[in-house]
Design a protein around this ligand. Structure first.
Ligand code: MSP
Length: 508
């Protein structure tokens, strides 16, 4: 069986998670579910990045230890992921003992090899981003990523020889044109960071304590990004290269990350891996940001709700669908409750819900809910069947290109054409004529079978709804393999009563 290792970034538990964090995680979940459905042995990992100065400060403000501070947020995050049906296989915390030990070994390994050396760091540091900047990179003395104040730091520190790997990194980019997607982000990395020259990276701090101590020099804690990036291998058992998980799943197939952290994943991480003599991940995809009113989703601005409120009001699949469908993957997009409502109404209530409800209701009304397929197909039916049969491959192509929103739109397009098919074949007219009974049964069968195909294809995206639909159909044909043909839906099946899948939401 082919393996597929997909990761989300590990999130800073500095505050409870918002819809932006959900966005990355829902997309990763849909991809993981899709790969599982299509026969891959998937390892889907998420987690939390718990060390660093920012967390230490927050905990101090609340008079608790950093561990107490993060434990509360992580319990809440796990509850959020459960309420969003996130099917992760492993949740890593950088405070896990095995991770901490593994990071110490990684650091020592690089030190012994001469790729980490001791020196002095003088420069600027952005605490919220946990990133170092030079005078020339800072914009008006502020962080070029988030625009916040930078702090001047000067301390004894260890450095990683990033510069040593510059040429090898460029060569790797050349040989692996799909390593960074979208392509624009690759060019940004090359032109803005690599070609101007990579400087050695400061990889330890002495001015605060909340981090993994360098075991051979415990005044120092490991730089949080070295700690964090290592999560992708420590979870698999590295540095034990004989660990079953490591042997099976490394290298990662996809690191899904937000655009502002592409730089860490496509420069620092590959160079660390080269220094460790390990294979590099196959792909890093940098997605855009969800904004609110065109700006940052921000705790201090208080411009967002707990995502569970949306789940409570509109249902988990409305939130998942919105995150997956609304924004072309890779671009920035705006989040608004109005757009969530309108997306739910148009696609989930009017197109999907309405189709399922109409079809199953008619089957009950005209055939007591019993299926049969007399196969009295005409041109209009053949056209529909053709488009349903083509859908599986179309979705596969889109998913392989990580065009998740387009994959969903293709499925919606078929559902829309099913609704049109009802309007054009007018089953209610046929029902008046006893001689047209077989034609009517054929049409309903074609609709039910199309719904079955779409419900299976929708299962990675909106799993709860997909299951409800398949339950209504009462079918045993729920596997991915069963949608290679049209006509697998059993005959003489008694359909269950239709339920309302999505209520139309009136604007607030
Ligand atoms: N801890 C680091 C990642 C380490 S990975 C080895 C970090 N954490 S974060 O919590 O600040 O961000 C984690 C991810 O959430 C990033 O990919 C970021 O882009 C994503 N998002 C945070 N806010 C977001 C939006 N508003 N919209 C989309 N994604 C957002 O960086």
């Amino acid at each position: 069986m082919k393996k597929y290792y997909i990761t989300t970034p590990i999130y800073y538990p500095s505050a409870n998670f918002h819809i932006g964090h959900c966005y990355t995680t829902i997309i990763a979940d849909a991809i993981a579910r899709y790969k599982r459905m299509t026969g891959y042995d998937v390892f889907f990992q998420t987690g939390t990045d718990e060390h660093g100065e920012k967390i230490e400060k927050k905990a101090k403000e609340q008079n608790v230890t950093p561990k107490e501070y993060v434990d509360k947020i992580i319990a809440d995050a796990k509850d959020l992921w459960a309420s969003l049906n996130i099917s992760y296989d492993y949740f890593i915390r950088t405070t896990d003992e095995n991770h901490e030990k593994a990071v110490q070994k990684i650091f020592k390994k690089l030190y012994d090899k001469g790729d980490i050396y001791k020196g002095e760091y003088k420069g600027l540091y952005c605490i919220p981003c946990e990133s170092f900047w030079t005078e020339s990179q800072a914009i008006d003395g502020k962080c070029p990523d988030c625009g916040r104040e930078l702090k001047e730091v000067s301390e004894e520190a260890y450095f990683f020889r990033l510069s040593k790997y510059q040429d090898k990194l460029i060569q790797f980019y050349d040989e692996h044109p799909d390593f960074i997607l979208p392509l624009s982000r690759k060019n940004e990395m090359l032109n803005n960071f690599i070609k101007p020259g990579l400087e050695d990276l400061c990889v330890s701090r002495t001015s605060f304590k909340w981090g993994i101590p360098v075991d051979f020099d415990p005044n120092h804690v490991v730089y949080v990004w070295v700690d964090a990036l290592s999560n992708y291998i420590t979870s698999l058992g590295y540095p034990d290269e004989n660990s079953e998980l490591f042997k099976k799943y490394w290298p990662a197939d996809l690191h899904l990350v937000g655009k502002e952290i592409v730089r860490f994943h496509t420069i620092i991480w590959p160079c660390m891996l080269m220094a460790l003599d390990l294979p590099l991940p196959k792909q890093v995809f940098g997605h855009g940001w969800l904004k609110i009113d065109g700006g940052k989703i921000s705790k201090s601005l208080g411009n967002y709700k707990d995502p569970r409120e949306y789940i409570k009001d509109y249902g988990v699949d409305a939130v998942r669908y919105y995150a997956l469908r609304e924004v072309p993957f890779g671009n920035d997009g705006n989040f608004s409750e109005e757009a969530l409502i309108s997306r739910t109404n148009s696609d989930l209530a009017n197109t999907l819900g309405n189709l399922v409800n109409r079809t199953i209701s008619m089957s009950h009304k005209y055939f007591k809910g019993l299926t049969s397929n007399p196969k009295l197909n005409e041109e209009i039916d053949n056209k529909l069947i053709e488009s349903v049969l083509a859908l599986k491959d179309i979705v596969e192509t889109k998913m392989n290109e990580l065009k998740v929103n387009e994959a969903l739109d293709e499925i919606m397009e078929v559902l829309r054409s099913c609704n049109k098919y009802i309007d054009e074949t007018t089953p209610w007219t046929l029902a008046k004529d006893e001689a047209k009974k077989d034609r009517l049964a054929t049409i309903l069968y074609n609709l039910l079978e199309s719904i079955r195909h779409c419900a299976i294809l929708l299962s990675p995206f909106i799993p709860t709804t997909s299951k409800s639909i398949l339950d209504e159909l009462n079918t045993k044909k729920t596997s991915y393999a069963s949608i290679s043909n049209f006509g697998e839906l059993e005959e003489n099946l008694t359909l269950n009563e239709p339920k309302i899948l999505f209520n139309r939401i009136e604007n607030k």
